[in-house]
Write a protein that binds this ligand. Structure first.
Ligand code: ZN
Length: 442
């Protein structure tokens, strides 16, 4: 994100004196990097025993939850709302927002952990964020030295360690989406002169490229339905030891950036049996590819009570144990299974589109056949009529033939009327007369 508020930047840049902070504000006089939904951090020991902050709101990274959130947050500025929407519709994996005023790579959290005196606000992915931030600072010719206007060891800092802010963009991205984001302060001058842009680019080009290649660190892969082989979206990817999950996007794909090591991964989705793969080796060069094929949960197999209906169904099942109720349960189970199957089927747009396309094609062929058939019938009717008329004319002629009367082979009449004495008729008459002569006159 190069800039979220170009107008504010332009305004402040043109002022003779900078540093009043007006460039941060939009036209409503709101600082956009304080306007994202606030993240409430509860103290927790990460599963690996390290003290971290865990967002109270981070339930499941679920999209519907996010959509609900964007609706309920009434105080969001339009720019913030747009950026949130943007991060909901694209499954970003890694990102950075570019700032000015210092030379450092700043990583989450910016918000402070509740009831904790310590300034540093570690996220469950603290090790990974340090790796990402260092990748940037060490690929930058000056940042890693950490000796610019503000001193930072290795040119990186935890957000809250530097100064605490609420409603920033990087905390939002990390907490509410599967995207890991850091904030890069590009230089000490908050409003750099246009003349310096070339040197900014030269300093940061390599670092930006090094940073984006970090998407190939950790684990990536797909999650499918074991039976239908369909990709599954919204599957929670949980790395044991880290209290932060990512989820699969529309095509069932996921990316989980991690530092090199050995990890156990559990994937979980409502309606499916969760699956764990153990001792997945993550190297430092490229990401490890893994695939999960999840089995559907049988409707009454929910002994682990993880499914959405498990409590309800087991209660119902225990209460009704007669033959009739078994039948009712079985029927409702079948209906529900059918409902889930059809819902998944319709939700799977590609397949739906293919089938709709084929149906449309079949309909078009049937329609074309009917049209051609109708036209054919019409055409042959016309031909038959014409033929019939011709045939009738011929019949009349044939019928007339015997009535031709001849008088001494010289004069002939048709239907009792005298025939015209045209040459054609004369010739016919002559021929005919000669035949008659041959027969009659021996
Ligand atoms: Zn900043």
């Amino acid at each position: 994100m190069p800039t979220m508020n170009p107008d504010g930047f332009e305004y402040e840049y043109k002022q003779s004196q900078h540093g009043q902070g007006l460039g941060r504000l939009n036209a409503h006089k709101v600082d956009l990097n304080r306007n994202f939904p606030k993240v409430e951090l509860l103290p927790s020991t990460n599963e690996n025993g390290k003290g971290v902050g865990v967002p109270k709101q981070a339930l499941y990274n679920s999209k519907s939850y996010l959509e609900e959130l964007t609706k309920t947050q009434v105080n969001l500025e339009p720019e913030v709302r747009a950026v949130m929407h943007w991060s909901l519709i694209y499954p970003f994996v890694l990102s950075a927002n570019l700032h000015g005023g210092a030379l450092v790579a700043n990583y989450p959290f910016d918000s402070q952990i509740k009831d904790v005196a310590r300034k540093e606000s570690k996220s469950p992915d603290d090790e990974t964020f340090k790796m990402l931030a260092k990748t940037y600072s060490f690929a930058h010719p000056k940042m890693h030295k950490g000796n610019a206007c503000v001193r930072f060891y290795d040119g990186i800092t935890n957000g809250a360690s530097w100064y605490v802010i609420d409603g920033g963009m990087q905390d939002w991205s990390y907490t509410y989406t599967s995207d890991m984001q850091i904030t890069i302060e590009l230089g000490c001058d908050k409003y750099p002169d246009e003349a310096n842009l070339k040197s900014y680019w030269d300093d940061n080009k390599g670092a930006l490229l090094a940073y984006i290649t970090q998407v190939t660190r950790g684990i990536r892969g797909f999650v499918f339905d074991s039976k239908t082989k369909m990709p599954l979206s919204g599957v929670i990817i949980h790395v044991h030891g880290i209290q932060h999950n990512v989820s699969t996007s529309r095509d069932g794909d996921f990316f989980r950036i991690l530092t090199p090591g050995i990890y156990d991964i559990t994937v979980d989705r409502i309606g499916y049996q969760s699956e764990t793969k153990q001792s997945i080796l993550v190297g430092s060069q490229s990401s490890t590819y893994i695939e999960f094929k999840l089995k559907r949960k049988n409707f009454y197999d929910d002994n682990d009570k993880q499914g959405p209906y498990s409590n309800v169904t087991s209660t119902v099942y225990n209460r009704t144990k007669g033959v009739f109720s078994s039948f009712v349960n079985l029927t409702s189970s079948n209906v529900r299974t059918l409902y889930h199957h059809s819902k998944d089927f319709i939700l799977h747009q590609q397949l739906f589109l293919i089938i709709a396309g084929i149906s449309a094609l079949v309909l078009a062929i049937v329609f074309a056949t009917v049209v051609i058939y109708l036209r054919f019938c019409q055409g042959s009717t016309v031909r038959r009529d014409t033929g019939f008329q011709r045939y009738e004319l011929l019949l009349q002629d044939e019928h007339d033939l015997p009535r031709i009367q001849r008088n001494n082979g010289k004069k002939s009449t048709r239907n009792g009327r005298p025939m015209s004495s045209e040459s054609d008729d004369d010739e016919d008459e002559t021929l005919f007369s000669s035949k008659i002569k041959k027969v009659i006159v021996p």
